[in-house]
Design a protein around this ligand. Sequence first.
Ligand SMILES: [Zn+2]
Length: 253
Amino acid sequence: MMNWLDSHCHINDEAFRDDLDDVLNRMIEADVTKAMIISSYLDDYDFALRITKSGISFKHSLGVYPGDVNELDEELFEKYAFRMKEDDCDAIGEIGLDYHWDKENKERQKEVFERQLKLAQELGKPVIIHSRDAIQDTYDLMKQNPVKGVMHCYSDSAEMAKEFVKLGCYISIAGPVTWKNAREPLNVIRAVPVERLLIETDCPYLTPVPKRGLRNEPSYVVYTGKQIAEELGINEEDFKKQINENYHRLFGL
Ligand SMILES: [Zn+2]
């Protein structure tokens, strides 16, 4: 039997400090044996690098989050860049644009995003993209700075998803695809070639049904994965195999 995987989780978050070992044990029980841990801060990154569990293979991503660009100075950026260059950093992210929380600093957000896209190009590392209420600007910058990557927790239109696929991007689907009002996420999974799909929890947020209302965790990625396989009419084992192939094609072995 193929394993499940979580292509985007924050188990280094405070939300997991008290019971991380239980969370990891539930990953093993649910056969979620691969996970990409996303770090937005250097101390979270140090913590993430120390997380180990026999039977689970972790990858690591580090990036300056778009919501944090106001506090970013040159000295801090250099510290991020230094860590991104090291071998244990598998991907650059999550990086991108978020106009939902802050519309006043668009130019600064774009500047920091583009700089990290260029750095990823230079390092030959994939990017993990966060885009909220900013899809056109995200697209424009990615088109100008081609680098392989994934649109994490994709929540925009199926039409736009196809455009990102044309740029070479992967589309990662999170818990909302299981929610009752999910219409566009279902259009998205049907519009995107299955060899460009990924699945994730983005835990502790965006908990899938039937755990909605609870803290999210990597073992719950199974609900999202099963839902997508069923919607696409793909046998679960074949779907898992495909998702594993996609994950390794993007992030390496
Ligand atoms: Zn995230």
